[in-house]
Design a protein around this ligand. Structure first.
Ligand code: IDP
Ligand code: MG
Length: 134
């Protein structure tokens, strides 16, 4: 069964949407196999988003994800990576379809509530960073 790494970003946690996010994944049939609340350090945030380090928004992204605690989780299920990303919706909430987490609850690209791994190698790396015991 495929596994993916998902994070409820600080805006989602602060707005009290962690339960709503988890509810949607579970309702879809994905199983939570690991989860915790954590304050990310700047170092771990930069490692997690390393692929974006040269982008103009990198500083704002790292500042946001370290601004208050996040909920980290590993989801398991059939096509878990694609299923979680479809449930999240498009990166820019304005482009995200209604019925998705971002399409229903966000307006702004930095504060877009969730992160989800984008490919099997990414999922493996991200699960390894946050849940090495798995
Ligand atoms: P994803 O979260 O949908 O996988 P990525 O392209 O991996 O999107 O970007 C990571 C995060 O960086 C996004 O969720 C978003 O918060 C932020 N981001 C992406 N593109 C932009 C941009 O053009 N401006 C500002 N922030 C961005
Ligand atoms: Mg991404």
């Amino acid at each position: 069964m495929e596994r993916t790494f998902v994070m409820v970003k600080p805006d989602g946690v602060r707005r009290g949407l962690s339960g709503e996010v988890i509810r949607r994944y579970e309702a879809r049939g994905l199983k939570v196999v690991a989860m915790r609340l954590e304050q990310l350090t700047e170092e771990i945030a930069k490692t997690h988003y390393a692929e974006h380090s040269e982008r103009p928004f990198f500083g704002a992204l790292v500042a946001h994800v370290t601004s208050s605690p996040v909920v980290l989780m590993v989801l398991e299920g059939e096509n878990a990576i694609a299923a979680a990303r479809k449930t999240n919706g498009a990166t820019n909430p304005i482009e995200a379809e209604p019925g998705t987490i971002r399409g229903d609850h966000a307006l702004e690209i930095t504060e877009n509530i969730v992160h989800g791994s984008d490919a099997p190698e990414t999922a493996k790396r991200e699960i390894g960073v946050f849940f090495p015991e798995l």
